[in-house]
Design a protein around this ligand. Sequence first.
Ligand SMILES: [Fe+2]
Length: 315
Amino acid sequence: MKSVPSKGAPLRDEIDKFKVGLTTTQAPFIEEQQAKGNLYTFQPYDLYSEENHEAWRKLFARMEPRWKRYANEHFQAGIDALCLDPNRVPKLEEVNEFLNPLTGFSAKPVSGYIPAFLFFDCLRNREFPTTITIRSSDKLDYLPEPDIFHDIAGHVPMHTDRAFADTLVKFGDCAHTAAEVVRSIKDHDEQIRRLTSIIKAMARFFWFTVEFGLMNDSRGQGLKAYGSGLLSSFGELAHSLESPTVQRFPIQLEWVINQGFEIDHYQPLLFSVDSFDHLFSLVDELEKWMLDGRLNNVAPGEPGVSQEDLDSFLG
Ligand SMILES: [Fe+2]
């Protein structure tokens, strides 16, 4: 909140404030939106600095050859369909003009973290919560926060595929089912315990599929990446498919929902699906398991579930 100007601050301060652009963790615009409690926001495109565009250009240029080699075919088709400019941070409105007619999805600008239920509910409405800040151009590799490169270049190309888009909507259905299931529990402690387990299961499943999933290539070219965490990481994309230190297994629902993960290093364990129809069927199964009570006692461990996430399901 430190950047929110006092009333009557000179106009020059207002202008200088925005010269820093929309850089991850350094954007006064985002701090203001968060201070106002605006989870959903807009993309003030003129605030991007030349350095922000330079970061996008560098990220895009170094990923292109790796996408051609390691990305699944649906991603490649999506990149082409979205007509992303390799040299400038994308305007979400323009991205949506290409995306929306294909699957009904659109990128929805957000000011930061969206509590779990609200995130999944956006997916159900075919809206993808999208970060508008971009990492610094001199720190292109790991950052713990998502940025617009991760969200638009990593996630959104897959949203042009109908089966994948329907899978995201199914995740949203799952969240609604979870909310209904736990709201019927009278004992508060038991309600929180079960909800924590269900959210953990959903978060793990999302992580090992939408964020870090691998897929058998339909053209017989072996495993390819479809997870956005891989497709937006210059180092990890190649590592995930080339390194002998990575374990790669066909996905098993019972394994994934009980498998913890850590976010601050390359993933040592990845799971593959056969197709997005296969992925859809797994989310459908996840929902059935939820209704059968099979997500009520998953293995403890990462990820943690915040009070904010719990409240979002109970609110
Ligand atoms: Fe992501």
